[in-house]
Write a protein of this length. Structure first.
Lengths: 112, 108
């Protein structure tokens, strides 16, 4: 069974530029999560989808971050414009119905 | 939201030693997982354990939901056990919250 796929694995941009991350969950998993992990901290949930609907986005900085999961399968997370403090690893996870989560390898973002 | 604290924050072990990692949470939970984040950053599932006890090889975990804590036991530690261990919880319809992590270093 294929795991959670993410791309790109690494991205370096300058502040005020835009960036997008892609995630393809495990086949059949209805719940998809995006997390931000800053160096030395635990992952912080940004947004949770159930199929193509948003369950929780209370910690998503909506002035610059957006996410979509239009067909209830893969998802895109966008940052526009990026700030220095957005440098982090962005992790995607999926679960069958909101229970056990499985994580992808992450995208390491550096904002210069 | 739920507060999650892990202890100890750092742990250095000699290869072959045993250890116990603790996860305390501030409210009732219906979902608890333990993860190992390896030095390359990958989060690896160890246990899905909202209650009870589970074992997998040298690792075992116990969650006492009524007393709001979970324990992860590592026996006969190996250098490949090095990394950061996280617990993650969710209560009711609340969002998933990760703990502060325990950084483990196993030396030969």
């Amino acid at each position: 069974e294929a795991g959670v796929a993410q791309s790109p694995r690494y991205k370096i941009i300058e502040k005020r530029q835009s960036v997008a991350f892609w995630c393809n969950p495990i086949s059949g998993h209805a719940t998809l999560y995006w997390y931000q992990q800053i160096l030395g901290q635990g992952p912080k949930l940004l947004i949770q989808f159930q199929n193509n609907g948003v369950v929780d986005d209370s910690q998503l900085p909506k002035d610059r971050f957006s996410a979509e999961r239009l067909k209830g399968v893969d998802s895109t997370l966008k940052i526009q414009p990026a700030k220095l403090e957005d440098s982090a690893v962005y992790l995607c996870a999926s679960s069958l119905q909101g229970n056990e989560q499985f994580f992808g390898p992450g995208t390491r973002l550096t904002v210069l | 939201g739920i507060q999650v604290e892990q202890s100890p924050p750092d742990l250095i072990l000699q290869e072959g030693a045993n250890s116990t990692l603790r996860c305390n949470f501030s409210d009732s939970v219906n979902n608890l997982q333990w993860f190992h984040q390896n030095p390359w950053g990958q989060l690896i599932n160890l246990f899905y354990i909202p209650s009870g006890t589970k074992q997998n090889g040298r690792l075992s975990a116990t969650t006492v939901a009524t007393e709001r804590y979970s324990l992860l036991y590592i026996s006969s530690s190996q250098t490949t056990d090095s990394g950061v261990y996280f617990c993650a919880v969710r209560g009711g319809y609340q969002k998933v919250t990760f703990g502060t992590g325990t950084k483990l270093q196993v030396i030969p």
